[in-house]
Design a binder for this molecule. Structure first.
Ligand code: CAA
Length: 240
């Protein structure tokens, strides 16, 4: 029987590559998305992966969306908390709204995504929780006090969940992508982006598939003893 995987923010960017890689590895995949209906239906048309719309910042909506996925595909064995946003601004210009939106989506969104599937994973004695953090959660980043706080928070989440889930056959790990060629990074002003690429020893942005392959490995049976870890995929930009 195929395992079931849920990928939040799974119809675009890194999430789309993760959904596709898991499908290619034999999982039944559900891709959640928040707002871009057009991109979601194009993604489903192209890949055959069903998409489900809800806002990960909303606990009740997450619970209801996850219940629908489980009714359609079966109990979720692998959850990839990938959905994330940026609201970059130097700290002296960052508004409380910019702070709160990023916390609600990137950090509370992880709680809202994992909490509803956790009891089932405990009962079935198997689960994979994979959270997409960031190099900027490891090293901090100019204009990203909000985002870096959430991505550092992801690491605390998986290290704690790993200890709680280990005896129930559940692993929880984070992947920390560096700068990957997605819309999010392309939205950074070109001059700033060029200066960031100059700091990456690999001399290039990463590809979404390079992150997806890390996730597929962490989801596999081979990764059972990897628990509470952080995989960095950043072209040697930063070591932690
Ligand atoms: N390091 C040092 N200085 C920087 C900087 C950086 N990374 N980015 C901007 N600055 C400088 C600017 O050059 C500017 O300097 P001057 O005043 O001397 O000209 C100053 O900081 C800020 O200027 P402004 O007050 O005009 O800034 P702004 O209000 O217009 O905001 C910005 C601009 C939002 C900070 C913009 O520069 C930006 O988007 N920077 C990139 C931030 C970034 O790296 N975000 C990562 C997005 S990708 C991602 O998050 C994915 C992931 O996980 C890796």
């Amino acid at each position: 029987m195929s395992r079931v995987a849920l990928v939040t923010g799974g119809s675009r960017g890194i999430g789309a590559a993760i959904s596709t890689a898991l499908k290619n590895a034999g999982y039944k995949v559900a891709a959640n998305y928040a707002g871009n209906d057009e991109a979601a239906s194009a993604f489903t048309k192209e890949t055959g992966i069903p998409t489900y719309k809800w806002n990960v910042a909303d606990y009740e909506a997450s619970k209801a969306g996850i219940a629908k996925v489980e009714a359609d595909l079966g109990p979720i064995d692998v959850v990839v908390a990938n959905a994330g946003i940026t609201r970059d601004a130097p700290f002296h210009k960052m508004s409380p709204e910019q702070w709160q939106q990023v916390i609600d989506t990137n950090l509370t969104g992880v709680f809202n995504t994992v909490h509803p599937v956790w009891p089932g994973m405990r009962e079935r004695k198997f689960g994979r929780v994979i959270v997409i953090s960031s190099v900027n959660g490891q090293k901090g980043q100019f204009a990203q006090v909000n985002y870096a706080a959430t991505k550092a928070g992801d690491i605390g989440i998986v290290r704690s969940l790993a200890q709680e889930g280990a005896r129930a056959g559940i692993t929880a790990n984070a992947v920390c992508p560096g700068y990957i060629a997605t819309e999010m990074v392309m939205a950074v002003p070109e001059k700033v982006r060029e200066s960031i690429i100059a700091q990456i020893p690999a001399g290039r942005l990463g590809e979404p598939e390079e992150i997806a392959r890390c996730v597929a490995f962490l989801a596999s049976d081979d990764a059972q003893f990897i628990n509470g870890s952080t995989i960095s995929a950043n072209g040697a930009q930063f070591f932690s």
